[in-house]
Write a protein that binds this ligand. Sequence first.
Ligand SMILES: NC(=O)c1ccc[n+]([C@@H]2O[C@H](COP(=O)([O-])OP(=O)(O)OC[C@H]3O[C@@H](n4cnc5c(N)ncnc54)[C@H](OP(=O)(O)O)[C@@H]3O)[C@@H](O)[C@H]2O)c1
Length: 346
Amino acid sequence: MAVLVCVTGAGGFIGSWIVKLLLARGYAVRGTSRAAADDPRNAHLWALDGAAERLAMARVDLLDRAGLRAAFDGCDGVIHTAAPLVGDPAEILDAVIAGTRNVVEAAADAGVRRLVLSSTISAMYMDPRRDPDAPLDESSWSDLDYCMKTKNWYSYAKTVAEKSAWEAARARGLDMAVVVPVIALGELLQPGLNVSSTHITKYLNGEVATYANAAHAYVHVGDAAEAHVRVLEVPSAGGRRFVCAESSLHRGELCRALAELFPEYPIPTRCKDEVNPPKMGYRFTNQPLKDLGMKFTPLREYLYEAVRSLKEKGFIQKTTHTKAADKRILPTPTENLPAPIWAAKL
Ligand SMILES: NC(=O)c1ccc[n+]([C@@H]2O[C@H](COP(=O)([O-])OP(=O)(O)OC[C@H]3O[C@@H](n4cnc5c(N)ncnc54)[C@H](OP(=O)(O)O)[C@@H]3O)[C@@H](O)[C@H]2O)c1
């Protein structure tokens, strides 16, 4: 019988890729969603290879601990991805903090072998006293007062949720590991537009004339999913936090990479802030995931995949896409990557 894994937020951007990978690896998957199993928002999951035989869906809210306990029944592992990324601060705080705590308690009650949580790099880098030269690693935590002062409720909620999850997991003797993704980009399996993909749609739709003086790190959504599955599977991953990032770059570099691949879009060429020096991106180390066997997809490939997918799904304007455009990406020698000036690719 196939090993059963529950994925919360199964129909989401990263969740869908995790379900796809788990099915491809022969697992049975029980996905959770607040929507009904036959809701069109989750239709893409039923189209995945192996779904007809090995996928089931459970309708559960993160605030319903008994419902979560029932969803985790008989599961070897649980991967918790469900979370609101934007919206009403009260909803974010409730669903992320209380919801994550419920997931930990329900996973412990159900006796699962391992729980894997999706945290976020926002739970690591939001600290004004952070040494910019020190790479973010599993010892890094965001400063809660700073998150509150800057009203960054998502970062605040995810930091509190992860800390509280560690506390509860230790108290309950639950084997837990955490994946800490940065901005994930790539093909959208789900029908709706997710938050991290809007990070680039604004540049492609001509919604902004300039880019911000800011820097962030990026990763392929499929790699983010793979990280969750590897961390679930590898015995020595228990009790650890894994930064899941490929490269860190300034928005200017991101826009230049997009424009190189898709010159037909009105991508900004100027920074909004023409006074201050360009902001430095945070450094990070993804070595622990590489030690688990991960190889990260290069930026240029997942940017290309993301734009193609956004275009196919109608989230950005369709331009004349020619075979020449395909030649711009495949095959891609890594030495042709736009050199990220502010990159901290460790
Ligand atoms: N995407 C990124 O760049 C990124 C970066 C760092 C960390 N992360 C983390 O990775 C996880 C997945 O992110 P994602 O980008 O895949 O998000 P997503 O596409 O928005 O999917 C998240 C799913 O969570 C469920 N959800 C949302 N609000 C909820 C609520 N109030 N209560 C219960 N369930 C709720 C939704 O499923 P239903 O509507 O079906 O219930 C949704 O499909 C999150 O924990 C996020 O913090 C993402």
